[in-house]
Unconditional design. Structure first.
Length: 191
């Protein structure tokens, strides 16, 4: 079997072969009604090794304005969804702190009543000064007859945004009461 002739690359064609190919291409371009500038651009194209190695203006690295706007929009949408949810969760956590303080005060009042002939203290017995979100007060303290009290946590500071549970109360009978900022009963929501 005879060895197959190797095909020469385009750049190594002899001058006559190049001219012959150019004539054939020009004829084909004319028959297809293609502009001759396209023919010249095709024939005069540089080899990849001869092309300018400098990066093209379109190949620069970085972000476009549209990409940045899309990212900012996505962050804005996520923040619009996440922030109110975070605020609600934080308010619920602070509400739990108030309920814990009321339960602690109830335990302290019961201990005080055992030691003082069934009478409750006139003021809160626990130290709640570190709680900046609720003020704990005692109201309806009665010692004569049937001793009673009502421990109340009133929202202050950052907790005032929790309009569902503005006032949370616990009385001596264990009744759990809560009111929203309009004064409507919201015990089922808060407790």
């Amino acid at each position: 079997m005879a060895p197959s002739p190797t095909r020469k690359p385009y750049s190594s064609l002899h001058r006559e072969e190049f001219m012959k190919a150019r004539t054939i291409m020009a004829t084909a371009f004319r028959k297809m009604s293609l502009p001759t500038t396209l023919l010249h651009a095709t024939l005069n194209r540089k080899k990849p090794s001869e092309r300018n190695s400098m990066p093209n203006q379109h190949n620069k690295q970085g972000f476009t304005l549209i990409e940045l706007v899309v990212v900012v929009a996505i962050i804005g949408i996520l923040a619009a969804i996440a922030y109110p949810s975070y605020q609600k969760s934080a308010a619920k956590g602070r509400r739990s702190d108030a309920i814990t303080a009321l339960m602690q005060e109830a335990a302290l009042q019961e201990r005080y009543a055992i030691q003082n002939n069934g009478c409750y203290a006139d003021a809160p017995l626990g130290d709640y000064s570190s709680n900046q979100n609720y003020v704990i007060t005692l109201t309806n303290v009665v010692c004569a007859g049937v001793p009673t009290y009502t421990a109340t946590a009133t929202a202050t500071g950052a907790q005032t945004s929790d309009t569902d549970c503005a006032v949370i109360s616990l009385d001596s009978t264990g009744a759990k009461i809560a009111q929203d900022s309009a004064g409507t009963d919201s015990s089922s929501t808060c407790w």
